[in-house]
Design a protein around this ligand. Structure first.
Ligand SMILES: [Cu+2]
Ligand SMILES: [Zn+2]
Length: 251
């Protein structure tokens, strides 16, 4: 790991909580000035540092052992109310919480998004009901046990970059929980056709649901053993290792 750090020039290793909450794949708006090559380099480096930090944090947690960890699985299926021409998104969302009060971690592994030349961005949220009787439409609004505006709901997972019709992401530091009175077990994860405006859309819907558009696919969160998480974690680590190796060779 150290060799990899040096290889990719990594001076920054502080503030893990903040780093955990950031998405390494999406550019920081304040660094995204066009025509600035330096800003682009900094942004790329920033993204690499964040990814590596997330990976190190995850490995450190795994080394601490399974303890009383809680796990859950959600098998994503296209909404049964979708029109035939809509994309059919399928896959898995896995959750782990190392203790009842700990922050949640999740793997998102989804495919079937529309093929686009550029990266697209899709919102994913936890909705109130685990009711799929009318597809994803019957899952209700965002799960909002504290009556706060969007995007402060516990299941506001934000936006996810989709490349080549696929989304594969590990996130940690999530506010949702698999235990206690505000558990998300039995509720729905919903994948949207559009991007979450994160409450900045200037209308009522923005502070309720982020104007994220059509509900493409969803699933109900159910408790599970640790096996699915362990498999996904191993696959994820191998994939990242391969990617880093190829980046370092190219540098
Ligand atoms: Cu939603
Ligand atoms: Zn929300």
């Amino acid at each position: 790991m150290l060799a990899l750090l040096y290889c990719c020039l990594l001076p920054m290793t502080q503030g893990s909580d903040t780093l955990d909450l950031l998405d390494a794949t999406e550019p920081s708006p304040d660094l995204a000035q066009p025509s600035s090559h330096l800003a682009e380099q900094i942004r790329d480096m920033h993204a690499k540092v964040l990814e590596m930090w997330q990976e190190m944090t995850r490995q450190r947690r795994e080394a601490d052992g399974p303890g009383e960890a809680l796990h859950a699985v959600c098998r994503v299926q296209p909404s049964s109310t979708l029109a035939a021409e809509q994309p059919r998104v399928t896959g898995l969302v896995l959750f782990r919480q190392l203790a009842a009060g700990a922050r949640l971690e999740a793997f998102f592994d989804l495919e079937g998004f529309p093929a686009k030349p550029n990266v697209s961005s899709h919102a994913i949220h936890v909705h109130q009901f685990g009711d799929l009787s009318r597809g994803c439409e019957s899952t209700g609004p965002h799960y909002n046990p504290r009556a706060v505006p969007h995007p402060q709901h516990p299941g506001d997972f934000g936006n996810f970059a989709v490349r080549d019709s696929r989304l594969w992401k590990y996130r940690s530091g999530l506010a949702a929980s698999l235990a206690g009175p505000h558990s998300i077990v039995g509720r729905a994860v919903v994948v949207h056709a559009g991007e979450d405006d994160l409450g900045r859309g200037g209308n009522q819907a923005s502070v309720e649901n982020g104007n994220a558009g059509r509900r493409l696919a969803c699933c109900v969160v159910g408790t599970s053993g640790p096996e699915a998480w362990a498999r996904q974690a191993q696959e994820h680590a191998e994939r990242r290792k391969r990617r880093r190796e190829s980046e370092c060779k190219a540098a």
